[in-house]
Design a protein around this ligand. Structure first.
Ligand code: KIV
Ligand code: NA
Length: 264
């Protein structure tokens, strides 16, 4: 299989095609998603909640995200593998951003990184690009700024759509090969996509971005909590797993497992 590269994503936009991204945090899900044909896999800092059980993206560290990145990179034969720079690992200086991104490329086997940034921190992103690392700029709602933004709130409504556009343009100018927009009105996302040369990815950003991304536990119905309006549930993994575990428990209790064929 031929590896998906940044130029394939650029070509998708140029030709009016769409590409796909799912999060993944471990070897086996990455294998499944890659074999199913997902174009890009994201080791999101959403792992803070989905894997580690924290209530926000803020606590997860580079040391915690690195082994997940290594596992996904090892599994992905076709997908382009992108990892989030976690909160606290790139804000101090462009040098700190480069140092962290290099670790994810060297030790994590990533093909690129994603950075939550805006007009004021574009220079950090630019330094990573200068190091030869493909970068996705994340704008709109940025979960690492949850407290500054006053919670999980749509960004870029009405007059503030200009802010999202300014951020996206600044990050494109800084060298981002792609811009990800989270929780912005479809109209704003469309305007940003049209203003940019580089491809865009959306989550809760309507249908007019070049690509779409979802957290896999949301998309496949493993998440038992309340999911956002922008999530479409493609399976009920939680139901399937609960039923299967129930059968296992019953089998063991009733001495139906292990049977003859499972016994040496
Ligand atoms: O951390 C994450 O999973 C993300 C995506 C939802 C865009 O940043
Ligand atoms: Na993230």
């Amino acid at each position: 299989v031929r590896r998906v590269r940044t130029h394939h994503l650029a070509r998708a936009k140029a030709q009016g095609e769409r590409f796909t991204m799912l999060t993944s945090y471990d070897y086996m899900t990455a294998e499944v998603f890659d074999a199913a044909g997902i174009d890009t896999l994201l080791i999101g800092d959403s792992a803070s909640g989905t894997v580690l059980g924290n209530s926000s993206s803020l606590p997860i560290t580079v040391e915690e995200l690195l082994p997940m990145c290594r596992a996904v990179s090892a599994a992905a034969k076709r997908a382009f593998v992108v990892v989030d720079l976690p909160f606290g690992s790139y804000e101090e200086s462009p040098q700190q951003a480069v140092r962290t991104a290099v670790r994810f490329m060297k030790e994590g086997g990533a093909h690129g990184v994603k950075i939550e940034a805006d007009t004021t921190t574009a220079s950090h992103l630019a330094a990573v690009v200068r190091a030869g690392i493909p970068v996705i700029g994340h704008v709109g709602f940025t979960p690492q700024s949850e407290h500054a933004m006053g919670g999980y709130r749509i960004q870029g409504r009405g007059e503030s759509s200009q802010r999202v556009l300014d951020d996206a343009l600044a990050l494109e100018r800084a060298g981002a090969f792609c811009i990800l927009m989270e929780m912005v009105p479809a109209e704003t996302a469309r305007a940003v996509d049209e203003a940019l040369t580089v491809p865009t990815i959306g989550i809760g950003a309507g249908k007019d971005t070049t690509g779409q991304v979802l957290v896999w536990q949301d998309a496949l119905g493993l998440n038992g909590g309340k999911v956002a309006r922008f999530v479409k549930q493609y399976a009920d993994l939680r139901g399937i797993m609960t039923e299967a575990v129930g059968h296992y428990i019953d089998d063991v209790r009733e001495a139906r497992f292990p049977a003859e064929e499972h016994t040496y």
